[in-house]
Design a protein. Sequence first.
Length: 481
Amino acid sequence: MPSVYIKTYGCQMNERDSEAVAAQLVAKGYTLAPSATVADVILLNTCSVRDLAEQKALRKMENLAAEIRRDRPGVVLGFMGCMAQSRGQELIDRLPDVDLVLGTQKFHRAADCLDEIIAGRRDKIVDVAEEPGSEATIREHLLYGNAAKNGGGAVGGHRPPPPVTAFVSIMQGCNQYCTFCIVPYTRGEERSRTIPDIVAECRQLAAQGVKEITLLGQIVTSYGKRFSQAELFGGASVSASRLVSSLAPPKQTPFVQLLDAVHEIDGLERIRFTAPHPKGYGDDLIEAYARLPKLVESAHLPVQSGSDRVLKLMHRGYTRERYLALIEKLRRARPEIGISTDIIVGFPGETEDDFEQTLSLAREVEFDQAYIFKYSQRRDTPAAGLPEQVPQKLREERNQRLLAVINEIAAGKYQKFVGRRTQILVEGPSRKNPARMTGRTRCNKIVVFDSVEREHRGRLMGVKITRASSFTLYGDPVILD
Ligand code: 5AD
């Protein structure tokens, strides 16, 4: 059987989609190639959020076509995911070596498409159509996937340990239509899986040793919004919905009902989710942090800007004041909560004053981590057509100024951990130095400690933090009271 190499660009949702495709291909007998140079099939799972990500994937494919196809003309080359969805046939017109273009609702068709191409039944396939029900097709896990990334998975008779953490896709698409964002066009309308379907997947993962699950979607706080209470439970029998609704009063949003249901699963120790939208962060979700011990004290809350004027132009649906009030409520519910964010600099029309409001918001919130994005004009999005596009040089300058503030705040926050005892979930050996292990705190900070004890993997463990560097803590194992 052929071997496949998948390279992923972009977010955790893309990583999850790649994992599901890899699992699908492995189930059909494919092996996972450790690098593109030895693979029979090379798939690039792409990101369209910024032009830079698209250009990187295009350049990679150009190089693959020039270098790998030249020596091994039988190699199959494909684009999947967001850029495949938004550019479609154009990708083959531009790069005729590409055999397959598979959109965001078609990941589950990857194996069939490759079969057709490899068997010579079809020369090129472009499949970017909408597909009802596709939101429930990202469900297969490559349980030894982490090891596969490090060189061949279970190949060679050595069976690596199962993973400690897993991503579970709960919904697809976004209806928010932020004016800068291409996601509604690449991922489509919001579509959710049912609670029993998601719980079954999480339960299976827990039975296989997974301790921490991250629930994923483009806008998870909109999870299940279009469902009736019965549909949320799979149009379930009255007894099934009564069973689950006994866990959570129905006045709660579907997302909080899902959290309640996942929380019940034995063996799971921690629950995370990403990405929520601040406007969907209702009191029921804040209250869930106080009520559900497995829901870790960590929140990724994309703010995008500190200026009300810009937030309105972005169509974000909240003000600076409401965002700050939300942070305050979260910190009241869980004082230790780690808060990260996404911020765009250089949105069209962003003035120096607007930007300074973003700087002051960053200082006021004291984010633990922030991902800064220079605004990038995206096809078909309203903001791309706005006058007053900010010059590239100014976007870069603002990026640097904000980065300095974010780094300074984070350094102070990380430093405060030194001397403290905290709980981590041990994920495995450090990639940089295998004589060390890494884990994560509940508030999502990476902790590195000296150990070659592989059986620590998957355990909740106490550590005393001895040192902090940028975005990493170092510690020694201790017994927690
Ligand atoms: N330009 C720059 N950054 C963007 N993002 C989304 N669209 C754009 C764009 N056009 C950022 C947002 C989002 C993150 C995933 O990517 O900050 O939260």
